[in-house]
Design a protein. Structure first.
Length: 266
């Protein structure tokens, strides 16, 4: 098994693909409590969105534990997210390609230019915020190499590989697709996987074996088994931690996760 411990990211917000499943927290207080319960089960990164008051959500999370705070909504243009940097998150999600998602209640279309990606990279370095780069296909890896060539990024590069999310960025949630994408990642990359669909546990298990990391939660796939909703986010985190330990790979706490992904101390 890989020498590094497993970094588990929780995505505790409501699913955009399965809005009929209501097992996600809604308020800053509920999000913070959910994140703490997932932290207790082994999560070391919390991927959060805007719950009315992002600053309040971050404050409440940090009052409860030292989990790494990663702010999502990578579909938004840079100009709409500048204020996020003032909140001093540990990480921020950055989409490396165009954004085209076909959710149940809404379609999302965004274009992220290379100039905008350069702006993101510069702001992240200026504010000591680690970018979490979303990699939806090998074109995203081209954009990552573009930023590396511009000397705008610091090693290691932290990536989340997406599979099964609907829209023109869709890629199949299969072992072959995971291996294909990993093959083309630049050296010094650290990656996690995100799967929207019942293949999640199988692909996550393969990532664990290969030395990658995992991202699970109600945003990505709110079911424990196909057709059976998870009791809560903590149940999904506990399963990933259990699988990893049974395979012989220990789970990282936030301090260890910071070292693995190249974050400064909290």
């Amino acid at each position: 098994m890989p020498e590094s411990k497993l970094v588990i990211t929780v995505t505790p917000v409501q699913s955009w693909m399965y809005p009929e499943v209501r097992n996600a927290p809604q308020t800053p207080e509920e999000v913070a409590q959910t994140v703490y319960e997932c932290y207790e089960e082994g999560a070391s990164i919390a991927h959060i969105h805007y719950h009315g008051n992002l600053a309040e959500t971050i404050r409440r999370i940090r009052e409860k534990c030292d989990i790494i705070v990663q702010v999502g909504m990578s579909s938004l243009p840079l100009e709409e997210r500048r204020e996020v940097f003032d909140l001093k998150p540990d990480m921020i999600s950055v989409m490396l390609s165009h954004h085209d998602e076909a959710f149940t209640l809404e379609d999302v279309y965004r274009i992220h230019t290379r100039k905008e990606l350069e702006g993101y990279a510069k702001l992240c370095r200026e504010h000591a915020v680690k970018p979490e780069f979303e990699v939806w296909h090998t074109g995203s890896i081209w954009s990552l190499n573009y930023l590396i060539g511009k000397k705008l990024l610091d090693k290691p590069y932290y990536l989340t590989l997406f599979f099964g999310w609907p829209g023109s960025n869709w890629t199949p949630p299969t072992p072959e697709e995971l291996l294909h994408r990993v093959k083309y990642m630049p050296p010094d990359s650290v990656y996690a996987i995100s799967v929207m669909g019942p293949e999640q546990t199988a692909i996550a298990t393969l990532s664990i074996i290969l030395g990658g990391h995992v991202r699970v939660g109600t945003e990505d796939y709110p079911y424990y088994y196909e057709g059976i909703p998870a009791k809560d986010n903590a149940q999904l985190i506990a399963r990933m931690a259990r699988i990893s330990r049974e395979l012989g790979r220990e789970v990282a706490d936030p301090t260890e996760a910071r070292r693995i992904i190249g974050l400064k101390k909290a």
